[in-house]
Ligand binder design. Structure first.
Ligand code: ATP
Ligand code: RIB
Length: 303
């Protein structure tokens, strides 16, 4: 069985809940303030580790209270933190999140995540059956160096280009599986897309990102996942659930997909598994703590 290596961000999520999101310039009364471990890298690592796959996280924390709390939480999820460095002079990554009507807005301040570099990923000893995962909350040179190492060792690479920003050809060429939502697909391709568009628009928009051996998974929230694998397009419909907080749903999907592939599960089956995992995540508050266990996902799939 392979392992999962995640190079990415680690944040403390400061979450406020409210009846509705304020408009620009407006103040609304909130209900609660909650603190949850988060950050796309940490969330994806937690999601993979909870599926029972050996998972290593590569990243940075500040030498502060949030950093210490996050390290304790991540260690308790059985994640290998040997490549997570404490860094002086920077604060731990922090995301300020507003949740209202099960939807969120996020402002993320990178702090220590912003100084992850190519040397940080150099110590990852990847092998052929492993899966290397990254996102866009750490600097691009670190991601490129990580994927070059992964490719050299024959590992599979998954890029989740979130938050949305352009991907250069050189980095894209190192990606085996691209997992992105419609906002990221719009930004990467220049296509104008809305979440309710016909599936054909998404398939057409993704054309410039496709290559013979690259799979593309477009996560469509409550519509599910549209996957383009080996020239074939398939929709995996979302499971019918009542979403409470979708923060980290995409991360849950990516981590569970990576875990499935590391376990040798064929990609189509791994996508169905990850879709079920994400349906559990959206029914819970918070990012990293809402990732389901393998037993929970198996139970949902048996219904
Ligand atoms: P985030 O940035 O909040 O992590 P995202 O935009 O990257 O999310 P989404 O497309 O919203 O990701 O959701 C990822 C996956 O989570 C979906 O493809 C689906 O499998 C699942 N999901 C999301 N919302 C729902 C929902 N309301 N009901 C069931 N499953 C959902
Ligand atoms: O994808 C969700 C994550 O994005 C949150 O946990 C927050 O930290 C931001 O990075």
């Amino acid at each position: 069985m392979g392992r999962v290596f995640v190079a990415g961000s680690i944040n403390m999520d400061v979450v406020v809940t409210a009846e509705r999101h304020p408009k620009v310039g407006e103040t609304v009364a909130g209900k609660e303030v909650l603190y949850f471990p988060g950050g796309k890298g940490a969330n994806q690592a937690v999601s993979a580790a909870k599926q029972g796959v050996l998972t290593t996280l590569i990243g940075r924390l500040g030498e502060d209270t949030f950093g210490r709390e996050l390290r304790t939480f991540l260690a308790a999820q059985s994640i290998d933190l040997g490549l997570v460095k404490d860094t002086a002079g920077v604060h731990t990554g922090t995301a300020v999140i507003t949740v209202a009507n099960s939807d969120n807005t996020i402002v993320v301040v990178p702090g220590a995540n912003g100084v992850v570099d190519a040397a940080d990923v150099a110590a990852a000893s990847l092998a052929k059956d492993d899966v290397a995962v990254s996102q866009f909350e750490i600097p691009l040179p670190a991601i490129s160096a990580f994927f070059r190492r992964a490719r050299a060792s024959g590992a599979t690479t998954i890029l989740n280009p979130a938050p949305a920003r352009a991907v250069g050809e050189e980095l894209l060429a190192l990606v085996d599986i691209l997992v992105l939502n419609e906002t990221e697909l719009s930004l990467l391709t220049g296509a104008e897309l809305g979440e309710n568009d016909e599936l054909m628009y998404f398939i057409e928009a993704a054309r410039p990102l496709r290559s013979n051996d690259r799979s593309i998974c477009i996560t469509l929230g409550r519509r599910g996942v549209l996957a383009l694998v080996g020239g074939e397009a398939m929709l995996i419909p979302a499971r019918k659930v009542k979403a409470i907080d979708t923060t980290g749903a995409g991360d849950c999907f990516v981590g569970a997909l990576a875990a499935g592939l590391a376990q040798g599960t064929p990609i189509r089956e791994a996508l169905t598994y990850a879709n079920a995992a994400a349906s559990i995540c959206v029914q819970r508050m918070g990012a990293a703590p809402s990732m389901p266990t393998a037993a929970e996902v198996t139970e949902v799939l048996s219904r």
